[in-house]
Ligand binder design. Structure first.
Ligand code: ZN
Length: 272
């Protein structure tokens, strides 16, 4: 019996229950018919023109993404707007759109946990614990061997897919690092968390001037972590391989393909 979109969505719901998503989030099925057949799924961080084109080109029945395309109130899906155009292309190609966002961040093998595991962190625990044991936002743990901030940043450069903006660091190259806090995606809301303040370094994405500067000054004044700012897309892209493996185990009759297209919005930088 072929797998239907309803059955695919039930598997997504089992792996990443939407009841544990943040209240403002909008995961789940964005478009598609419940009884549509699902033979092939393309996984990507973002539903953008490149990944929608790729989904259609590879004949995917579902584009499964981390970031919901529709997160705020929508009053039109006219194709003069890019979101309407993307949805229309997907619907005409009978390719459904499904998202797992903060419900995939929080689980014990979610976006932050995958990055923590790739760094080899031991004694991992969430920065902000969730409702179920082992779940929660962000991760904190110890490096298997003490290292330096510079070596940690170089290791991140090896682990993460390449982006124009690379890995930005606030701190001394040679300063020692034993305890690491991290949050895949935009994690500046956790900068004041005691688990982050108590770590030697905090790795996240999308750090803006004021939160980063204030954290740095507080670290210099008293104590606090060095900062590592990576690409939002890169920090979450790692999770797609884990998600594909989990989905493959649950639905072996479906083919899961991870998109290697870079949907980080930055294309080049000028270094001075
Ligand atoms: Zn994100």
């Amino acid at each position: 019996m072929p797998i239907t979109l309803a059955e695919f969505d039930a598997t997504v719901e089992r792996l990443w229950p939407t009841e544990f998503a943040e209240g403002w989030d909008a995961p789940g099925v964005v478009s598609g018919a419940s009884d549509d057949r699902v033979d092939r799924v393309l996984l990507a961080v973002d539903a953008v023109a490149d990944t929608v084109d790729q989904a259609v080109a590879v004949g995917a029945d579902v584009l499964f993404v981390h970031h919901p395309l529709l997160l705020r109130g929508v009053t039109s899906v006219a194709e003069t707007g890019y979101k309407g155009a993307l949805l229309a292309k997907l619907i005409r190609s009978r390719c459904a759109l499904v998202a797992a966002h903060t419900n995939a961040d929080i689980v014990d093998d979610g976006t932050s946990a995958v990055l923590a595991s790739r760094l080899g962190l031991v004694d991992q625990r969430p920065i902000t614990p969730g409702a179920r044991p082992g779940t929660g936002i962000g991760r904190v743990g110890r490096m298997p061997e003490p290292t330096t901030l510079g070596r940690l940043a170089l290791a991140l450069g090896e682990i993460l897919p390449a982006t124009a903006t690379g890995v930005r660091v606030s701190g001394e190259f040679e300063q020692p690092v034993a305890t690491v806090a991290l949050c895949g995606g935009a994690g500046d809301s956790l900068l004041a968390d005691p688990a982050v303040r108590g770590a030697d370094v905090y790795i996240t994405a999308d750090l803006r001037h004021h939160p980063a500067s204030e954290s740095r000054e507080q670290s210099l004044h008293g104590s606090g972590p060095a900062l590592v700012d990576v690409s939002h897309w890169a920090s979450e892209w790692l999770w797609l391989e884990t998600a594909a493996a989990q989905l493959t185990e649950a639905l072996p009759e479906v083919e899961f393909v991870v998109s290697d297209l870079r949907t980080d919005p930055w294309d080049f930088v000028i270094t001075q």
